[in-house]
Write a protein that binds this ligand. Structure first.
Ligand code: A2P
Length: 262
């Protein structure tokens, strides 16, 4: 598995399993399928309600000797004290724009090593990636496929419709490259990001798609094709946050969490 070396020396697997929105009854199977497919990086957070289920599967695998704790890279959402007490390998950020990354980098005693933001072909975060690179902060893309299932999820669970997101998987350029490389549209989109050292955490609860989403290392996109995908950028504002505002979360004064050019 290709890794990204973080500024503190830790190796972060470039593909991880996303678990936000995974349903409790499907998450253990998803983690099981992911470990079997070679995933060693799992993204979670206390408020995804997936930590317990992930822990159940991991402890079984560790007990059975199928995996070692130190092979795993688990991202949850965390603090300097945890690093000092040896409970955490590294601190990352999420939804920080470039000014915020700069501010915290300056203030933090233990420097953040990753910034996790919404990032996909229609929101490529080019300026933010540049700003992070200067500070040696790696970037993780959440919703790397553009969250194709998000609308149905919010509709079923909360009876709330997000703004209609233009589909990325079906874009003609993605389809054309899918045919050219004999890879799924999702694999083209993920490869586009990992080939530029962006870490990806596609969410899936389907064993076949989980397997496909890590089967990315037997082909390379040509520089021309990378350019074609770069050209799809629409610099969208982000697809998910309007839901938070609907739930009454106050809009952060610095929203949207993209690059801020001075
Ligand atoms: P499922 O869990 O049924 O596989 P993102 O990570 O951009 O938010 O995308 C996650 C959504 O995309 C989920 O709804 C997931 O559904 C779906 N998905 C994950 N992998 C693929 C794939 N390889 N092809 C098509 N859809 C996918």
């Amino acid at each position: 598995m290709k890794t990204v070396t973080l500024s503190n020396g830790a190796e972060m697997p470039i593909v991880g399993l996303g678990t936000w929105r995974a349903q409790p009854e499907e998450i253990e199977n998803a983690v099981q399928a992911a470990l079997e497919s070679g995933y060693r990086h799992i993204d979670t957070a206390f408020n995804y309600n997936t930590e317990e289920y992930i822990g159940n599967v991991l402890s079984k695998w560790i007990e059975l000797g199928k995996i070692k704790r130190e092979e795993l890279f688990i991202t949850t959402k965390e603090l300097e004290g945890q690093v000092k007490n040896g409970l955490t390998k590294a601190i990352g950020l999420s939804n920080f724009n470039s000014e915020q990354v700069q501010r915290i980098h300056k203030a933090a005693e233990i420097k953040p090593v990753v910034n996790q933001v919404e990032l996909h072909a229609y929101l490529q975060q080019k300026e933010l990636r540049e700003a992070c690179k200067i500070l040696d902060v790696a970037v993780t893309a959440f919703s790397p496929l553009g969250s194709p299932g998000a609308n149905t999820h919010f509709q079923n669970k909360y009876n709330y419709s997000l703004n209609d997101f233009p589909d990325i998987l079906g874009h003609p350029v993605v389809k054309e490259l899918s045919e050219k490389y004999k890879k799924l549209p999702a694999q083209i989109l993920l490869k586009h990001l990992i080939q530029q050292d962006v870490i990806v955490i596609p969410k899936s609860s389907n064993p076949e798609r989980i397997k496909a989403n890590i089967d990315l290392f037997d082909f390379e996109l040509s520089p021309d094709d990378l350019e074609k995908l770069n050209a799809l950028d629409k610099n969208e504002d982000g697809r998910i946050f309007d839901f938070m505002f609907f739930k009454g979360v106050e809009k952060h004064p610095e929203y949207p969490f993209k690059a801020r050019l001075k």
